[in-house]
Design a protein around this ligand. Structure first.
Ligand code: NAD
Ligand code: TYD
Length: 352
């Protein structure tokens, strides 16, 4: 079996659902269930004996060591993290704790477990660390996209904590021989995305008749990848990636934030028009920019395509339509995530 951490979050949840659809191999899912963890995402697995959910922290050494000893996974896939840049600006402490200390603990527990495996099991074991393109910093309009060889230049507490975790993973391979793989992916979107991030926030605010907040001039660029394509890339790297290597994952979909928001509005105008028949784009509101806001991210994913034959299945146009259709059809999931703690965050970040 495999051990997944953070499998009740957005990407980890999609990964676990897809994994169990495609494979017979069971999953142990270790998740702390922070505000971002949501068991509703995994509801369809309630009676699936191949899914073992454990509530706990990747930073708890005894717990992690016990899970490794009890379940003897052939791989650990680390999704667990604090993941939201704006929250990292308000309070970086949790990011250092989970992303740096938590990853350190997971590496140490895994190293001891791995050392005691048989020669055969040791050779086939993998530790796959899921990371972000944000570790590379920011690009000017005419810079080449981020390649695996770019220097790390993180600019936010979030990206700095992820960069630190990537360095630990690298060092545990170089020093101790732990068979690690790292993926650095661009911005994901799709089903089960917590609505603090741009795309789900805009969809839900639009439908609720609320302002659609655009930071600064809205011309910041992100590369967008449909979450299921990120999951397929992780499966491919786990299966065939070269030990110690890092792989950039991206969708070749660079878009300015304002363009993304206009696309969402146009699709909502078509799929669920406003009662007054005006466009949802009327709700667009420019708000104060994020401190230290990275201007542009772009990913060169050619290594993953060339060496492992991976390609995304969705374009931005097909993926964003699927995403909006999912939000329009998932009333119960949305009701549950938009309760008290979420409303507190909105007033902290955007004011009354
Ligand atoms: P998320 O915030 O939706 O989910 C994170 C999950 O980790 C939650 O279920 C949470 O409960 C759990 N968690 C947090 N701290 C934990 C701890 N100490 N122990 C155990 N579980 C803990 O994040 P996501 O968007 O699904 O991102 C998953 C991973 O992918 C992260 O490592 C993130 O850095 C990386 N990533 C995200 C994106 C993106 O666009 N969302 C892009 C590239 C990489
Ligand atoms: P986000 O989804 O937070 O991802 P990240 O910061 O990790 O890229 O934000 C995506 C982009 O959208 C980013 O440039 C910030 C911007 N943004 C807004 O303009 N308004 C918002 O309310 C949010 C949440 C993000």
């Amino acid at each position: 079996m495999i051990l997944v951490t953070g499998g009740a979050g957005f990407i980890g949840g999609n990964f676990v659902l897809d994994w169990l659809k495609l494979n017979a191999e069971p999953v142990v899912n270790l998740d702390k269930l922070t505000y971002a963890g949501n068991l509703d995402t995994l509801k369809s697995l309630e009676s699936d004996t191949r899914h073992k959910f454990v509530r706990g922290d990747i930073g708890e050494r005894e717990l992690v060591s016990r899970l490794l000893a009890d379940y003897k996974p052939r791989a650990v896939i680390n999704f667990a993290a604090e993941s939201h840049v704006d929250r990292s600006i308000h309070g970086p402490g949790d990011f250092i704790q989970t992303n740096v200390m938590g990853t350190f603990n997971l590496l140490e527990a895994t190293r001891h477990y791995w050392n005691d495996l048989s020669v055969v099991d040791k050779a086939r074991f993998r530790f796959l660390h899921v990371s972000t393109d944000e570790v590379y910093g920011t690009l000017a309009a005419d810079d080449a996209p981020f390649a695996e060889t770019n220097a790390y230049e993180p600019n936010s507490p979030y990206s700095a904590s992820k960069a630190a975790s990537d360095h630990l993973v690298r060092a545990w391979h170089h020093t101790y021989g732990l068979p690690v793989l790292t993926t650095n992916c661009s911005n994901n979107y799709g089903p089960y995305h917590f609505p603090e991030k741009l795309i789900p926030l805009v969809i839900l605010n639009a439908l609720a008749g609320k302002p659609l907040p655009i930071y600064g001039d809205g011309q910041q660029i992100r590369d967008w990848l449909y979450v299921k394509d990120h999951c397929s890339a992780i499966r491919r790297v786990l299966e065939s990636g070269s030990i110690g290597e890092t792989y950039n994952v991206g969708g070749w979909n660079e878009k300015a934030n304002l363009e993304v928001v206009h696309t969402i509005c146009a699709l909502l105008d078509e799929l669920q028009p406003r009662v007054d028949r005006k466009s949802y784009s009327e709700q667009i509101t420019f708000v104060q920019d994020r401190p230290g806001h990275d201007r542009r991210y772009a990913i060169d994913a050619r290594k993953l395509e060339r060496e492992l034959g991976w390609k995304p299945a969705e374009t931005f146009e097909t993926g964003i339509r699927k995403t909006i259709e999912w939000y329009l059809a998932s009333h119960d999931w949305i009701q549950n995530v938009t309760s008290g703690a979420y409303r507190d965050w909105l007033s902290k970040q955007y004011g009354a």
